[in-house]
Design a binder for this molecule. Sequence first.
Ligand code: SF4
Length: 333
Amino acid sequence: MLLRYPAYFEDFRCIASQCPDSCCKEWEVLVDDHTAEQYLAMEDALGKDLRRYLYQDEEGDWYLRVTDGRCPMWRADGLCRIQADCGHDALCETCREFPRLTHDYGDFVERGLELSCPEAARMIFENPNAPWTEKEIPGGEEPDYDPVDMEILWETRKIMLTILADNSRSVQESLTLALLYGYHAQSLLDGGESAWNPEEALAFARSLAKPAQPAALGAFYLDLEILTDAWRQRLLSPEGETTWDERLRTLTQYGVQRYWLQAISDFDLVGRVKMVIAACLLVRYLGGDLVQTAQLYAKEIENNADNVDAILEGAYSSPALTDEKLLGMLLEV
Ligand code: SF4
């Protein structure tokens, strides 16, 4: 089967004690059953501590309980006690894999890095036009998707990425076109045959845009589940941005690469496009260092399935996420 990943993927190395926002903070780590069994069977001092902090939720999943806001295995020097004592292979799957993403579609797999890791975020933003490596690997299975639908998603994603990379247009125009192209691609996925004309799309966007309400957008995210005080404070006290940073293209490209093909599961492309565009608008509205703000966004939103679901639903129901309001923010009406 085909394996695809951005060229920088293989270069990722955890920077551990140098990390400004360790993944060992705040999150409860999901421990796979196999590793949990191994931890429970350990008889040394480490095993005794692991047993103290391991717990099962009502669904039977194992977690390491966050203690004083951090993983109890996180040492004062920023290193992991399990890894230091027993080696990398003793880590649970979550810790072995993070921040590596895997999207397995049966007959092909795409991999990438999660923006919620600061080092991965640095690599993503420093390599906006990284080529993708493709190689055949053993394994794979008969996909359960319709190949015609997947072909549409492949082709439309390529065009979407071209729209975003076209810096002969302003960032505002590119993101506006991206939002409307999402609707065009959705109609193709739904079996329609509409034509794509960027100039007509921009004229339509200008006619649709309503006065921007960035505070309402911030309030929408404030209503979602919040993990860190830092995020809550950012939402309560946005710094705002006056410029349209070119790196917003990269942020959108990352979102498109990550979420576009997932529409094969529920055929909701528009919801995902709105989620990605709204993320850019939010990051711009919150201001500060763009890479850090985007990383914090990803940590709060992308690593919380409930938050992602709430945004996909809000894309059709929230007054803060209407097309008119998003276009108003994009076009600064
Ligand atoms: S967030 Fe990334 S760089 Fe930081 S400790 Fe975790 S894997 Fe390492």
